[in-house]
Design a protein around this ligand. Structure first.
Ligand SMILES: Nc1ncnc2c1ncn2[C@@H]1O[C@H](COP(=O)(O)OP(=O)(O)OP(=O)(O)O)[C@@H](O)[C@H]1O
Length: 311
């Protein structure tokens, strides 16, 4: 079943085109990642889905509803955690959750949610006194308190330390397993790769690619690299004459073979036939960072650069 459908979305601010042409479909129960550099158009896209911005053209369907025409119904079914929450400094954790739950027809038990997100101990703490990680967890709780079928999480772990990021990922998987479809906006490749069932790469207001993390990596890196060391002489023609091998580099006793297909077993077979024992034989693992560079021509941002202490 389709949970979200975006077709030919276009949005400009004055003369500046923020979203040129974005289309994708999210199936119910998926974690669907949206990755892209700063200014790629991610937030404009998800805020249009949430009905917070009105597209200039294109269509959006959220569980069969139009976010602009059916705003009230969409609000009931869609939970949104945006980049910056705008809670008053003086509001306490429990007050915020109780207040937000009163906005919905069929909210979850906010006390259970507070417990699930590890905030019960902080129930009487004012918003301004929470740490970065606690504020983040509260904003996730507020996005989920209305018992949504679909949740939008924008820059989920920006500013969290590595442990808090991993804890948050575990939590999001739990939320997905409870049946909520999740649209996850991030510019962190490790987060997108770890959590997403499928990912859209957005670049310059357009969708550059949509696939599973493994599919994106495979699309972007047809070439593989195999490394090994040898302690005895080896004639490079043993490898260069293989049809799947594109290049062989030798530095001292270190060999680097670039090629296609099942390169590791092809190289291992050739070495065995030449009766050469290779040490440290390994294939370079390609990751989503490599795929991102291939699709956008830009390096992804690293989490460390935007990290601040969380708890
Ligand atoms: N309200 C606005 N008025 C004018 N320009 C805007 C507005 N909102 C966004 N933009 C511009 O539109 C482009 C897309 O912005 P958007 O926030 O959608 O990108 P993003 O991919 O979410 O970026 P980031 O990762 O930095 O949040 C950017 O160039 C941005 O400066």
């Amino acid at each position: 079943m389709t949970a979200l459908e975006v077709r030919n979305l276009h949005k400009r601010y004055g003369q500046h085109v923020a979203v040129e042409d974005v289309s994708f479909t999210v199936e119910a129960g998926e974690i669907f990642g949206i990755i892209g550099s700063n200014g790629a158009g991610k937030t404009t896209t998800v805020e249009s889905i949430a009905g917070l911005r009105t597209p200039d053209s294109g269509s959006i369907s959220v569980l069969g509803l139009d976010p602009v025409k059916d705003r009230a119904e969409v609000r009931e079914r869609l939970g949104v955690q945006l980049q910056e929450s705008s809670l008053p400094d003086a509001i306490k954790v429990a007050e915020a959750l109780e207040l937000y739950s009163s906005f919905y027809r069929d909210p979850v038990d906010w006390r259970e949610l507070m417990e699930l997100l590890g905030l019960t101990e902080k129930r009487n703490t004012r918003y301004k006194a929470l740490s970065g990680g606690q504020k983040q967890r509260l904003s996730i709780a507020l996005a989920l308190v209305g018992n949504p079928k679909v949740a939008i999480l924008d820059e989920l772990t920006t500013g969290l330390d590595p442990q808090a990021r991993r804890d948050t990922w575990g939590l999001i998987e739990q939320v997905r397993d409870s049946g909520v479809t999740i649209l996850l906006v991030t510019h962190f490749m490790d987060e997108a790769e770890r959590l997403s069932d499928r990912i859209a790469v957005i670049d310059g207001g357009r969708v550059a690619a949509v696939d599973t993390p493994a599919g994106l990596i495979a699309q972007a890196s047809a070439m593989q690299r195999v490394r090994f060391r040898v302690s005895q002489p080896l004639d490079s023609s043993v490898l260069t004459e293989l049809s799947d091998v594109a290049d062989v580099e030798v530095t001292g006793d270190r060999w680097l073979v670039t090629g296609r297909g099942q390169l590791l077993s092809i190289v291992a077979g050739a070495l065995a036939r030449a009766q050469v024992v290779a040490q440290d034989l390994r294939v370079d693992r390609r990751n989503l960072d490599d795929a991102f560079v291939a699709f956008t021509g830009r390096a992804p941002e690293s989490p460390e650069r935007s990290e601040r202490k969380a708890d």
